[in-house]
Design a protein around this ligand. Structure first.
Ligand SMILES: [Zn+2]
Length: 183
C-alpha cells in the first residue's frame, strides 16, 4: 500500500514536472490572486543531510542543514534522540500529494485542512523540518516527548522556531513537530 502511494507520487511528479505554479492552480481550480502574496520561494540550492532512520534522504537549505546538524548533535549529548521525516519539498511534490488525495475521492477543502496548496508550504524553502523522536510521530502526542521539551528550551539557540504553537493567533492546528529555521 505504502509502495503504491510512493509509486503514484513519483509518477505524478514525472507527469507534472513541467507544470508551473499557475498551471497547478488552474488544475486545482483555486483563486491565484489571493495566494500570490503568500508564495514561499522554492529553494534551489539544497544539501542532503543523509538518509534518516526511515530510509528517506532529506534535503535542506545549506544554512538550515548546518543548524540542524549542530542541534541534533547537541541534543544527543543530552540523550535526546531526534530525526527529520520531512525537509525540503518541491511545488511539484506538493501538487502530487494533493492530486493523489483528489484521486482518492477527497474534496479539495478537506485536503487543505492537512496539506497546503503548492507554493504555500514552508517546506518549499528548505528551512522547515518535521521532527520525530523514538515512538513519537507526526501527531500532537509529540508534545509529550522529551525531544519536544528539549526543543522548547533550546531550538531558538540554533535559529529554529515553532511555526504553529498551541493556541496560535492564526487559529491553525498545533504542530509540535514542525520547526522553521530563521536566518
Ligand atoms: Zn512540516
Amino acid at each position: 500500500m505504502k509502495n503504491k502511494f510512493i509509486t503514484i507520487i513519483i509518477l505524478n511528479i514525472l507527469l507534472n514536472a513541467k507544470l508551473t505554479l499557475d498551471d497547478m492552480y488552474i488544475q486545482l481550480d483555486v483563486n491565484q490572486t489571493i495566494l500570490k502574496q503568500n508564495i514561499v520561494p522554492e529553494q534551489n540550492e539544497l544539501v542532503s543531510i543523509g538518509i534518516n532512520s526511515l530510509g528517506k534522504e532529506i534535503f535542506l537549505s545549506k544554512k538550515c542543514a548546518s543548524a540542524w546538524t549542530k542541534m541534533q548533535t547537541d541534543a544527543k549529548k543530552d540523550s535526546i534522540q531526534m530525526t527529520i521525516v520531512s525537509g525540503f519539498r518541491s511545488y511539484a511534490k506538493q501538487y502530487a500529494i494533493i492530486n493523489y488525495k483528489l484521486q482518492q475521492g477527497l474534496k479539495l477543502d478537506v485536503i487543505l485542512k492537512e496539506n497546503k496548496l503548492p507554493g504555500l508550504s514552508q517546506h518549499h524553502s528548505g528551512n522547515a523540518i518535521d521532527i520525530v523522536s523514538n515512538s513519537y510521530k507526526l501527531s500532537v502526542d509529540f508534545e509529550q516527548s522529551l525531544a519536544y521539551s528539549w526543543l522548547l528550551n533550546n531550538a531558538h539557540k540554533y535559529g529554529f522556531y515553532l511555526t504553529y504553537p498551541k493556541d496560535n493567533k492564526e487559529g491553525i492546528m498545533f504542530e509540535p513537530w514542525h520547526w522553521y529555521f530563521k536566518e
